[in-house]
Design a binder for this molecule. Sequence first.
Ligand code: PMP
Ligand code: GLN
Length: 376
Amino acid sequence: FMSKLPNISTSIFTVMSKMAAEYNAINLSQGFPNFPVDERLTAIVAKLAKENVHQYTPMSGYPPLLSKIAVLIQNSYQRTVHPETELLVTAGATQGIFTTILALVKTNDEVIILDPSYDCYEAPVLLSQATPIRVTLNDDYTPNWKIIENACSSKTKMIIINNPHNPTGKILTESDFEALEMLLEKYPDIVLLSDEVYEYITFEEKHISAHTREKLLNRCVMVSSFGKSFHVTGWKIGYLVAPDYLMKEIKKVHQFLVFSVNSICQVAISAYLDLVSTAEIGELYQEKRDYFRQLLKNSRFKLMPCEGTYFQVVSYETISNENDVAFCKRLIIEYGVAAIPISTFYDDGKDLKLIRFCFAKDNATLEEAGKRLCAI
Ligand code: PMP
Ligand code: GLN
C-alpha cells in the first residue's frame, strides 16, 4: 500500500502518554490538566444533560456561543468580529488548523512552519500536496525574520505562527509583528495562520494577539481552543476567526469534515463564558509555573525561560549525553516521570538535550514529580 504520509509516525504525545501509563509514571508529557474542572462548568453540564441540547447545532456553531466568542474577542482585544461570517466553532484547534490548511492551500504551494513546531501543521500541508518549508527559530526562539523572508517566494501561500509558543513558551513582541507585517506587505497573497491556543496563558509579558494588528486582520486566520483556556482538553472545542472571504472557503471543508461540533459542550461553554474571567487562567498557571520552577531549583536540570503556555523546557545537558528521546524513555523507566523530547518538534530531529514538562497539574503531582526529578 502506498502511504499518503510515509514520513508521519504516531504523535510523540501519544507515544509518551502510553509509555507513562505502562510504567505508572507521573505524566508531565502530553499537555493536559489533571486537576478538577471548575465546578460551575460541571454543574452547567449536569443541568444541560437533561435538556434538549443533544442534536446538531448549526454548521458554524451554536449561535449564542458564536455571539459570546465575539464578545470575548471584543473585551480581550477590542476587535469587532461578525459572528455569522467570521467565526467557526471547530472540534478543537486541531480540526480548525487542518480545515484551514485543506481549504486554503493548493498543490505545489509552500507553507512556512517555524521550528521547533507543534506537530499538527505538517500533515494537512502534505495532504494538500503542498510543501512545508521548515524555518528554524533563533537560539532564543525569536523568529529570524530575515531567514523567514528568504524562505518566501511567489509559491508561499501561508505562514504559520504559534504565539504563545509550544514548546518553548516564547511570545511574540511588538517588533516581531512589525517585521511580520513588513514582510507580508511584500507578499500580498500569503495568508497568516496564527495559532493562539495559549492566548490567555501568559505571565510577566502581555500576549499580543493577531486580533490587535490592523494590518493583519484581512489576511489572518486565528485559532484558539477552549480545551486550553477552560482546562477541558478532552471536549475538543476550539474556534477560528477569519475574514469573510477566507471563512467561506474554510466552511466548505468544515461542513463535510464534521458538519458541526459537539452540541452540549458548545452550550455549556456558552453559559460558562458569562461566569468566568480570562484573567484567572493566566494567574492560575503563573502560580503553577512558579511552583514547578521552585521545585526544580535545586535539581541538575537547567530551567529555560517560560513566558507563556503551561510548558517548562529544561536542559539535561549536565546530566546525560543521551539523545533526548532515549533520555525521556529512561526518565520514565528509572525515575517515573514522563516528558516530551524537544527534538520531535524539529524537522531534522535536532537534539539539543532539551525536554518539555507540562505543569498543568495539581500541586501534589508537581511536588512528587519535583522530588523524583531532584533525585537525578
Ligand atoms: N496548537 C497548539 C500549539 C497546541 O499545543 C495544541 C494542543 N492542544 C493544539 C494546537 C491543539 O488544540 P486542541 O486540543 O484544541 O485541538
Ligand atoms: N497540545 C498537546 C501538547 O503539546 C498535545 C495534544 C495532543 O496530544 N494532540 O502536549
